[in-house]
Design a protein around this ligand. Structure first.
Ligand code: SAM
Ligand code: DTB
Ligand code: SF4
Length: 335
């Protein structure tokens, strides 16, 4: 990555090899963080996007994703509910906006989108969120070309569909849809002119080669996904991964920093698992490239740091976190 003059490689590339990625992932932490910072400062100016997440339809999903509490194959005790009304969802989006969120992400525990009343309501929700002046993101499983183009017409900013892990490790995690299904969904989203939000999870039992392999698939997409969520597994009781060991924070920092180096302009979102990261670990993630977070006290079925505590953290770090908000040289008392 660095040539003999010690100059940082800074053109945007779509041809990263597995070997190069592994070399970056495994480089001494202090060098990895420094290189990621140089690239991050050059391309992104330290501004963190706040994205609030809301589970519009919870539980009862037909897929067997082994990390997920919403799958019918899990024994997790969650509060399942059918799709919320459009009005309820838009009220929640308004609250998120008031708290400073720029993006509102809506989740459906579906294997795929089906046409009909629920999909029409989804389109209304997207229009409503856009009318509030917020970015709208949907995550609802697979979709058809026609559904993607209707979502684009409704003004959808981004569609989230994660690859989760490497092509090689994938079969250990999900058996009810293939890696290719996921890639096809992402292609349809791109073709419809919607931004792609695509990332993965660490802590599923994968090894470092799998992490490099996931990053290889993501960083060889041209263009790169506009946002790349990096989740660390939230080991939820009742799922088959409930006993998985907590991911070490250094591994999260390595993943974020490497993603930043490979995809200089993408929003790298520090996603699930933030409650297990210390303040200091999160700060290191921001320093070496994370520039978006899920913001609000709930993810889908698990908890997340509160609005207030995240604002305090970001002010303390001194990054910009909303275009209407001042930089964080302000005192904490102005919160
Ligand atoms: N059903 C849709 C789908 O799978 O595309 C949308 C919702 S799904 C919950 C979105 C993503 O959240 C998953 O692909 C996975 O990457 C992440 N996720 C789900 N449960 C998680 C967990 N327990 N820990 C970390 N990430 C998780
Ligand atoms: C993503 O990559 N992570 C979010 C969002 N996209 C939809 C979901 C995290 C879910 C964490 C576990 C839960 O709350 O159920
Ligand atoms: Fe269903 Fe999505 Fe959960 Fe998989 S991750 S079981 S597709 S809700």
């Amino acid at each position: 990555m660095i040539n003999s003059d010690n100059q940082i490689f800074n053109e945007i590339r779509f041809n990263w090899s597995r070997e190069e990625i592994l070399e970056i992932l495994n480089s001494p932490l202090i060098d990895l963080m420094w290189n990621a910072q140089i690239i991050h400062r050059k391309f992104n100016k330290y501004k963190v996007q706040l994205a609030s997440l809301y589970s519009v339809k919870t539980g009862g999903c037909e897929e067997d994703c082994s990390y997920c509490s919403q799958s019918i194959y899990s024994a997790s005790q969650i509060k399942s509910h059918p799709q919320f009304e459009v009005e309820t969802v838009l009220k929640r989006a308004q609250t998120a906006k008031k708290e400073g969120a720029e993006r509102f992400c809506m989740g459906w525990a579906w294997r795929e989108i089906r046409d009909g009343k629920s999909f029409n309501s989804m389109l209304e929700m997207v229009r409503g969120v856009r009318d509030l002046g917020m970015e709208a993101c949907v995550t609802a499983g697979m979709l058809t070309d026609e559904q993607a183009s209707r979502l684009a017409d409704a003004g959808l900013t981004a569609y989230n569909h994660n690859l989760d892990t490497s092509p090689e490790y994938y079969k250990n995690i999900i058996t009810t849809r293939t890696y290719q299904d996921r890639l096809d969904t992402i292609k349809r989203v791109r073709k419809a002119g919607i931004n792609v939000c695509c990332g993965g999870i660490i802590g599923l039992g994968e090894n470092i080669d799998d992490r490099a392999s996931l990053l290889e698939v993501l960083s060889n997409m041209n263009p790169h996904p506009e946002s790349v969520p990096i989740n660390s597994l939230v080991a939820i009781e009742g799922t088959s991964l409930e006993d998985k060991k907590e991911v070490d924070s250094i591994e999260m920092i390595r993943m974020v920093a490497t993603a930043r180096i490979l995809m200089p302009k993408s929003k790298i979102r520090l996603s699930a698992g933030r409650e297990n990261l210390s303040k200091e670990s999160q700060i290191l993630c921001f320093q070496c490239g994370a520039n978006s977070i899920f913001y609000g006290d709930e993810l889908l079925t698990t908890s997340n740091p509160s609005f207030q505590s995240d604002r305090e953290l970001l002010r303390e770090v001194g990054v910009l976190f909303n275009k209407e908000f001042e930089t964080c040289k302000k005192t904490l008392s102005s919160l």
